[in-house]
Design a protein around this ligand. Structure first.
Ligand code: SF4
Length: 380
C-alpha cells in the first residue's frame, strides 16, 4: 500500500467512516500557515474534520466564519461580476472587448478529475496565446504530505502566457481604498493560490515552457456603496514568501497521526438523518486533547476551536494564552505560576538570577510594590 493511500485511509478512519471530508480551502490553509506549530489544526484540517461541529459538541462554539447573509451577498456579487461570460471581469483585467476570450469547461468528476482538467486547460491556454478565463479552477497543493484542493474564484491566462489569480470579495472599495484588514486576509488567501499555481507551472514547464505566475492578484470588490464592480491589483509577494516558509515548517501529517493513542477517533457519529452529532463530549474532548495544540490569542480570529483551546490553555496556566509576543519574552517560563514565582523570588533561582526575563519580572514586581505603597500612603 502506498504512503499516500495509507495516509488517506488513516485520515478517513480518524474522521469517521460515514463522514465526508471537508475540503481544505485557501482561507484555512492561510490560517494554518499563520500557526504552523499547531499540530491539532494541521491534523484535523488534513482529515477534513468539521472543526465547527467539533467545537459545538465540546460546548465551545466560536462565532467564527461568514454569516449566511454575507455568504449570500458574496455569491450574488460574484454572479454579477461573472455575468455575460465574464465580460466585466475581462474588462477589469484589461482584455479588449473583441479579445474572443475562451472560457473552458472545467467540470469533471471528483477533485482529482477537476484538478486534471484545470491542469490541461492551463497548459492549452498558455500554448494558445490568447485570453482565457478559468472560472473556479481546482488546484492541488501538497501540505505536509496530504493533498489540499484549492478553488480560486478565477485564474486568467493572458496572451503572453502569464497567469493571474482573481479574487472576488463582497467588501467595498470606498474612494479607492478598502479595509486593510480585509485586504490583508484576501492577500494571504490569494498567496496560497499563487503558490499552488507556481508549483503547477513547474510541473507543466516541459510542455508549456517557463510560465510567469503574476504576484499581483486582481481583487474585485463593489465600488463605494453600489453593487458595481471595481478592481485593484494587490501585490502578494510578502504573503507568498511567508506562506511558503511556514508551510515547510509543518510537521508531516503521518507523523502526527502516528503519535495518537490507539483507538483515537474524531468521529462525531452523526444521527441517521445526518443532523445531530451523538458522540459524547468527554470522549471527543479526550481525542482532541491527544493532539498537541499551540494556542495564541490570534486563534480567536482564525480557528473554530479557539474557545476550546483558550479554555484549556488558561486552565493549565499556559503563558501562550497571553499572546505570542509575551510568550517569546518570557523565555523558559511557560506557566503563569512560574512567572509569578519568578517575579516574587520564590522560585528555585531564589534571589540570584542571570535570566533576563526573571530579572525584568523582579524589577517590575519591586516597582509595582513601590507604587502600591506610595498609593496607599497618599490615601492617609
Ligand atoms: S484554536 Fe486550537 S486548534 Fe485552532 S489553531 Fe489555535 S491552538 Fe490550533
Amino acid at each position: 500500500m502506498s504512503t499516500t493511500h495509507y495516509l488517506r485511509e488513516r485520515l478517513a478512519e480518524l474522521r469517521g467512516p460515514a463522514t465526508s471530508p471537508r475540503p481544505l480551502d485557501a482561507r484555512a490553509l492561510a490560517a494554518l500557515a499563520a500557526n504552523p506549530g499547531c499540530r491539532r489544526r494541521a491534523l484535523l484540517d488534513a482529515a477534513g474534520i468539521d472543526k465547527g461541529a467539533v467545537a459545538q459538541v465540546l460546548g465551545a462554539p466560536a462565532p467564527f466564519g461568514q454569516s449566511q447573509f454575507a455568504f449570500a451577498r458574496g455569491h450574488a456579487f460574484e454572479a454579477r461580476v461573472k455575468a455575460e461570460e465574464c465580460a466585466e471581469l475581462l474588462r477589469l483585467l484589461g482584455a479588449p472587448e473583441d479579445s474572443g476570450a475562451l472560457l473552458p469547461d472545467l467540470s469533471a468528476a471528483g477533485p482529482e478529475g477537476r484538478t486534471a482538467r484545470t491542469r490541461l486547460a492551463l497548459a492549452e491556454a498558455t500554448s494558445a496565446g490568447r485570453w482565457t478565463l478559468l472560472d473556479h479552477p481546482l488546484l492541488a497543493l501538497d501540505v505536509a504530505g496530504s493533498a489540499a484542493y484549492l478553488e480560486p474564484d478565477a485564474v486568467v491566462v493572458a496572451p503572453d502566457g502569464s497567469w493571474t489569480v482573481v479574487e472576488v470579495k463582497s467588501f467595498p472599495i470606498l474612494d479607492g481604498s478598502a479595509d486593510p484588514v480585509k485586504v490583508g486576509a484576501a492577500a494571504r488567501q490569494a498567496a496560497v493560490y499563487v503558490l499552488a499555481l507556481e508549483r503547477l507551472a513547474g510541473l507543466l514547464e516541459e510542455t508549456t515552457g517557463p510560465v510567469r505566475v503574476s504576484h499581483d492578484v486582481l481583487l474585485v470588490c463593489p465600488k463605494d456603496f453600489s453593487n458595481l464592480p471595481t478592481a485593484q491589483f494587490v501585490d502578494v509577494r510578502k504573503q507568498l514568501s511567508v506562506t511558503r516558509r511556514q508551510l515547510t515548517r509543518l510537521t508531516r501529517i503521518e507523523e502526527i497521526a502516528a503519535e495518537l493513542p490507539d483507538g483515537t477517533t474524531f468521529d462525531l457519529r452523526w444521527s441517521e438523518d445526518g443532523r445531530t452529532p451523538t458522540r459524547p463530549a468527554p470522549e471527543l474532548a479526550a481525542a482532541v486533547e491527544a493532539v498537541p495544540a499551540a494556542y495564541s490569542p490570534e486563534c480567536l480570529a482564525a480557528c473554530e476551536l479557539s474557545f476550546h483551546c483558550r479554555d484549556r490553555s488558561r486552565a493549565c496556566g499556559s503563558v501562550e494564552s497571553l499572546g505570542r509576543g509575551l510568550r517569546g519574552e518570557l523565555g523558559t517560563l511557560t506557566t503563569v505560576e512560574a512567572v509569578l514565582s519568578a517575579a516574587l523570588g520564590t522560585d528555585a533561582a531564589g534571589a540570584e538570577t542571570a535570566d533576563p526575563a526573571v530579572a525584568a519580572l523582579r524589577r517590575a514586581a519591586v516597582l509595582r510594590a513601590e507604587a502600591l505603597t506610595a498609593g496607599g500612603a497618599s490615601c492617609h
